[in-house]
Design a binder for this molecule. Structure first.
Ligand code: AP5
Length: 221
C-alpha cells in the first residue's frame, strides 16, 4: 500500500515520511526535496522552479507529473510527500497507480493552522539531504549544524512569514480540495492523524495506522 501525505505546509509530512522510510522500508518521494535538489544543481527544471517556490506558488502540473512518473518506475511502496497538490496531479497519480496495478491511501495530517507559522519559522534544513530540524521541537545536537554530516543548516527562503501566508492560501485554494477527492463516498481512500502532538506521538499513530493496513501493503506493494 502506497501512502499519500496530505496536509498544509509545516504539518510534519516530511518529518514523518523520513522517519517511516528509515523504519518501515517505504521510499519517500518528496516533490519539494526533488525540486530543491534541482534548484541547488542549477538544472533547467531548478531554474524554472526557483522563483515560483520562493514566491510560495505551485510549480506547473505538467513538470511535476513528468518528474513523478520518472521516479515511480523505481519500485516502492512509496510515501508521496507534497504530491499530489492539485486535482490534476491526483488524477495523474491515479492513472499511474492503475497502470501499475497499485493502490494508495491518503493520510491527512490534521493540524491547527495557528501552530504552522511557529513550526516553519523555527525550521532549519540540511539542503543536500532534506533533513529538517526545529530550533525548539527537534533541535540539532549543535545549533545550526547537521547531526549527520556536520554541514551548516539553512532556513528555506520560502519559510519567511509573508511567504508562508501565501503558501497557506495556495494550500487552501488548490490542495485542500483533495480531501474531498480522496474522501469520495464511492471510493473512500482517506484516513487522518492528529498532527498537533509531539513528533513521536504522531509517528506512533501513523505506525498503528499502517499496521492496520499491513497485510494489504505486503500484498499490493
Ligand atoms: P514542500 O517542500 O513540499 O513544502 P510544503 O508542502 O510547504 O511542506 P513543508 O516542507 O513546508 O512542511 P512539512 O509538512 O513537510 O513539515 P516538516 O516535516 O518539515 O514544497 C515547497 C515548494 O515546492 C512549494 O511551495 C511549491 O512551490 C513546490 N512544490 C512542491 N511539491 C509540489 C507539487 N506537487 N506541485 C507543485 N509545486 C510543488 O515540519 C515543519 C517543522 O515543524 C520542522 O521544523 C519540524 O522539525 C517541525 N515539526 C514537525 N512535526 C512536528 C510536531 N509534531 N511537533 C512539533 N514540531 C514539529
Amino acid at each position: 500500500m502506497n501512502l499519500i501525505f496530505l496536509g498544509p505546509p509545516g504539518a510534519g509530512k516530511g518529518t514523518q515520511a523520513r522517519i517511516l522510510a528509515e523504519r518501515s522500508g517505504y521510499r519517500q518521494l518528496s516533490t519539494g526535496d526533488i525540486l530543491r535538489a534541482n534548484v541547488l544543481a542549477g538544472t533547467p527544471l531548478g531554474r524554472e522552479a526557483k522563483p515560483i517556490m520562493e514566491s510560495g506558488g505551485l510549480v506547473p502540473d505538467d513538470l511535476i507529473i513528468r518528474m513523478i512518473a520518472a521516479e515511480f518506475e523505481g519500485g516502492g511502496p512509496f510515501i508521496f510527500d507534497g504530491f499530489p497538490r492539485t486535482v490534476t496531479q491526483a488524477q495523474a497519480l491515479d492513472n499511474l497507480l492503475v497502470r501499475k496495478r497499485r493502490s494508495a491511501v491518503a493520510v491527512l495530517f490534521r493540524v491547527d493552522l495557528s501552530v504552522l507559522i511557529d513550526r516553519l519559522t523555527g525550521r532549519w534544513t540540511h539542503l543536500a539531504s532534506g533533513r529538517v530540524y526545529h530550533e525548539r521541537y527537534a533541535p540539532p545536537k549543535r545549533p545550526g549544524i547537521d547531526d549527520v554530516t556536520g554541514e551548516p543548516l539553512v532556513q528555506r527562503p520560502d519559510d519567511k512569514e509573508e511567504t508562508i501566508r501565501t503558501r497557506l492560501a495556495v494550500y487552501e485554494e488548490q490542495t485542500a480540495p483533495l480531501i474531498a477527492y480522496y474522501d469520495d463516498p464511492a471510493d473512500p481512500r482517506l484516513v487522518s492523524v492528529d498532527a498537533l502532538g509531539p513528533i513521536d506521538t504522531v509517528t506512533r499513530e501513523l505506525v498503528a495506522l499502517i499496521d492496520g493496513n499491513g497485510d494489504e501493503r505486503r500484498a499490493a506493494g
